[in-house]
Design a protein around this ligand. Structure first.
Ligand code: NAD
Length: 436
């Protein structure tokens, strides 16, 4: 049976959650304190790029199951379930900034006119539910059941992941709340999603554990890449061999510029900080971050080594988003690299199918160009930063013809080494033998 739902925070997670829950038949009101965002959404304009998002949201608005408001009181008037989907950005100490979550809990307590399930969808440290429960108890006479329902969508494939999740995790502390949450997700469970029902702390902790472990896998591949470069071995072959073991798995074993984005860096720091607060120093996580930083430095050093002096050299970055399929540049390794090159005196041009405007707004001095060939004209070096499939189809012979110096630094091992060499490039991949 359909439920009435409020989704608070209509960013990358909240907006897609709202659209998905409406698609499976629930009545959903999305709330955001950003007035401009709400006005845009009502007009069918999306605040960020994600494949299929415009269709999902506009169709669900048209169906009458989805609408948006700035007024939390209006949103929770009928809601049986309220999702907290606001940001939890990192503080300089590594701890997450939980002000927005506290603010929403307070507003929910004041606005509620009946009992409801309050769901943490934002990624939060273990034991956050206790804090939310305390705020709600202070601000409202009603009974709230705080559940944890971490989000596992991947930016770049977020709509697909949300509509067809492979797993759903719900932590709750009583059978009634578990019953409501299961009802909410019944259509997905019937479609084959694995459903994990746990206590709240386990669900909260599982999200941090997943992200930390995925970052660890990538860092392992990047550490391996350094050893491969020093020894002449090929990191892609090593990863394929490792990945063929089902106990290891091939995903997240690609060496490159390192991980970034709005989640891994701050979630790792938050997990580390929370572990320490609970009395355990999770030193392995420090090493994961250190190797990630070294991956970026290693790519920077390759560029500098190939160009000799950076000052006045034109370097083209292919890809600015933190990964393909999104215009999200938060903590993008490409932007960190752009800044390092600019600091070294290089002229930096960037090309990206979606993230150009967002990148230009964040890095002063970065010149964003729409077309890869236009950017490459007269340049000294091409650097693959984001493995957008469209870059793999670039004509290397044509590029070689228009570059001043044919240097290709492949931070994502996107190109075939032989093809790059045959086109006349000095080719510097990651963790594989270079062809200078
Ligand atoms: P976001 O910055 O894209 O969206 C947050 C939204 O919340 C914004 O629209 C903001 O205006 C709104 N907001 C902030 N305070 C508010 C308030 N008091 N009332 C109403 N709205 C408010 O963030 P995001 O990427 O959607 O991430 C949200 C949470 O989900 C974070 O904890 C993040 O770690 C987690 N998460 C994100 C992803 C991802 O891929 N982006 C994946 C899994 C989990």
């Amino acid at each position: 049976m359909p439920l009435d739902i409020a989704v608070i925070g209509t960013g990358h997670v909240g907006l897609i959650t709202a659209g998905t829950l409406a698609r499976v038949g629930h009545t959903v009101i999305g709330v955001d304190d950003d007035k401009g965002k709400i006005e845009s959404l009502r007009a069918g304009r999306m605040p960020f790029f994600e494949a299929g998002l415009t269709e999902l949201v506009t169709q669900e608005i048209a169906s009458g199951r989805l609408r948006f408001t700035e007024d939390i009181t209006e949103a929770v008037a009928k809601a049986e379930v309220a999702f907290i989907c606001v940001g939890t950005p990192g503080r300089p100490t590594g701890e997450p900034n939980m002000l927005a979550v506290e603010g929403v809990a307070t507003a929910l307590g004041r606005a509620a006119i009946h009992d409801m399930v309050v769901v943490e969808k934002s990624t939060v440290p273990v034991q956050t539910a206790d804090r939310i429960r305390a705020v709600l108890a202070r601000t409202s006479p009603h009974a709230f059941h705080v559940a944890s329902n971490p989000e596992f969508l991947r930016e770049g494939r977020a709509v697909e992941d949300s509509l067809h999740p492979d797993r759903i995790l719900v932590g709750a502390d009583n059978a009634w709340a578990h019953g409501i949450m299961r009802r909410l997700y019944e259509p997905m469970i019937e479609a084959g999603a694995r459903y994990f029902a746990t206590d709240v702390s386990t669900a909260e902790l599982a999200k941090h554990a997943c992200n930390a472990f995925l970052a660890l896998k990538i860092s392992f591949a990047n550490g391996l890449a350094r050893v491969c470069e020093a020894s002449g071995a090929d990191v892609v072959d090593v990863a394929d061999i490792m990945g063929s073991d089902p106990r290891i798995g091939r995903d997240f074993l690609d060496a490159g510029l390192g991980w970034g984005g709005s989640c891994f860096p701050k979630d790792l720091a938050a997990f580390r900080a929370q572990s320490e607060r609970l009395g355990y120093r999770f030193g392995l996580l420090d090493e994961v971050v250190k190797i990630n930083d070294e991956a970026l430095t290693s790519t920077f050093n390759k560029i500098r080594e190939a160009l000799w002096n950076l000052e006045g050299k034109r370097v083209v970055l292919l890809g600015l988003a933190f990964k393909p399929g999104t215009d999200d540049v938060r903590e993008s390794p490409a932007l960190r690299l752009a800044q390092m090159l600019l600091d070294g005196g290089a002229i930096v041009l960037g090309v990206d199918p979606q993230a150009g405007p967002a990148a230009a707004a964040r890095v002063e001095g970065l010149e964003v160009v729409d077309d890869a060939y236009a950017a490459a004209d007269g340049a000294d070096c091409l650097v693959v930063c984001t493995e957008w499939p469209v870059f793999a189809t670039l004509d290397l012979v044509r590029l070689k013809g228009i570059l001043t110096v044919p240097i290709l630094v492949d931070g994502r091992n996107l190109f075939d080494a032989t093809a790059a060499r045959e086109a006349g490039f000095s080719y510097f991949p990651t963790g594989r033998p270079a062809l200078p």
